[in-house]
Design a protein. Structure first.
Length: 361
């Protein structure tokens, strides 16, 4: 019998403009869920009596509320796992908040609903009353701390390692379907296919080789994997961050150096000499209070995000993603003299001749 597994929600494949080159399409797939580096992700634990799912009571015609509130010892495990990811020294940081309206990550502990998380920026599509992450079993039980590390990996944009096309796994499909249909998961064939058997696009995966030690790898009991031969008796990752996990996080989110950011001054264009996946960061100290426009120029696909510094922390103001579109990313925002703002531009790809640039005016 297999263990309890994370179950990602099935979503429609992202729609891209027809006719994109393979290079542009691959870059968009690889980076669509990733945050711009330097983002502070705020997390919130549901804690009210009204927080929960309303589910029907079989045979009664009535319903009841199932709580999303977790015990303090459960929250402490999740807090410790956020610290472990942050202690890698990435440019992403995590801050707990007591107001759900300030949180990008909203965490519940509904028992029986499985453990799962939105992947990267997908959490921004959820309403403020909705969870973006859930833990469906006791995280303090032996061996279960890895569940929290795993779900935070999803929140950073990582996907399941066993679904990598580089894994070379040959499954006994019917054995997998039968195993996941039983306890403790009780998955449908559709859920099992989406989370186990489906192969990811090469551009989506965490690296160019399979890492069976990854925190994003499931354990599997014997008889489910036919090849590679050494895993026929089972696959048992340690449930900790592997060297490749750490390398992935630091590659996408390298340490940020805010004090040395170049200035983005009104009406002065700054060239963007970036490779796919790279990011440029700028600071704006507005010379006057008014509405400004910030935008990119040239043949590029990018994500453009504006933050305001509050209490020594960059807080999200506005963002635009022009990936796969024929136009560039622009946004308007009222900037106040005496306050500091940060502009972050992450490039998917530059696909045409000529220089790309960013400017505020």
């Amino acid at each position: 019998m297999t263990g309890r597994y994370c179950s990602l929600a099935q979503q429609s494949a992202p729609a891209f403009t027809p006719g994109l080159t393979a290079e542009r399409l691959g870059a968009l797939i690889a980076g669509r869920a990733m945050w711009v580096n330097g983002t502070v992700l705020h997390y919130y634990f549901f804690d009210g009596a009204e927080d929960g799912s309303v589910i029907p009571v079989p045979g009664t015609g009535q319903s009841r509320r199932v709580s999303w509130v977790g015990a303090e010892e459960q929250r402490d495990v999740v807090r410790a796992c956020f610290r472990e990811w942050q202690d890698l020294g990435t440019g992403i940081s995590f801050v707990e908040v007591g107001d759900r309206s300030e949180a990008e990550l909203r965490i519940g502990f509904q028992v029986g609903d499985g453990s799962w998380s939105a992947v990267g920026k997908d959490c921004l599509q959820a309403g403020q009353q909705e969870r973006t992450m859930n833990f469906g079993w006791d995280l303090t039980a032996p061996g279960e701390r890895g569940t929290a590390l795993h779900e935070i990996g999803h929140a950073l944009g990582m996907l399941h390692e066993h679904q990598s096309p580089y894994a070379g796994i040959h499954w006994d499909d019917e054995a997998v379907y039968a195993d996941l249909a039983g306890p403790p998961n009780f998955w449908s064939r559709e859920t099992t296919f989406f989370n186990i058997l489906r192969k990811l696009d090469p551009a989506e995966v965490n690296g160019s080789v399979w890492d069976p030690q990854s925190i994003m790898e499931y354990p599997f009991s014997g008889g489910l994997i036919l090849e590679p031969e050494q895993f026929r008796a089972g696959l048992n990752p340690p449930g900790t961050l592997s060297p490749a996990d750490k390398e992935f996080a630091l590659r996408w989110y390298p340490p940020a150096d805010l004090p040395r950011l170049p200035a983005l001054e009104p009406f002065r264009s700054v060239p963007l000499r970036l490779a796919p996946g790279e990011q440029a960061d700028f600071v704006i100290d507005p010379p006057e209070t008014r509405e400004y426009t910030v935008g990119t120029f040239g043949a590029n696909d990018c994500v453009l995000v504006l933050f305001e510094e509050r209490d020594d922390e960059p807080r999200y103001v506005a963002g635009r993603d022009d990936g796969g579109q024929p136009h560039n990313a622009t946004m308007k925002a009222r900037l106040v003299k005496g306050r500091r703002y940060y502009v972050r531009v992450r490039l998917y790809s530059a696909w045409g001749p000529g220089e790309t640039a960013v400017m505020c005016w």
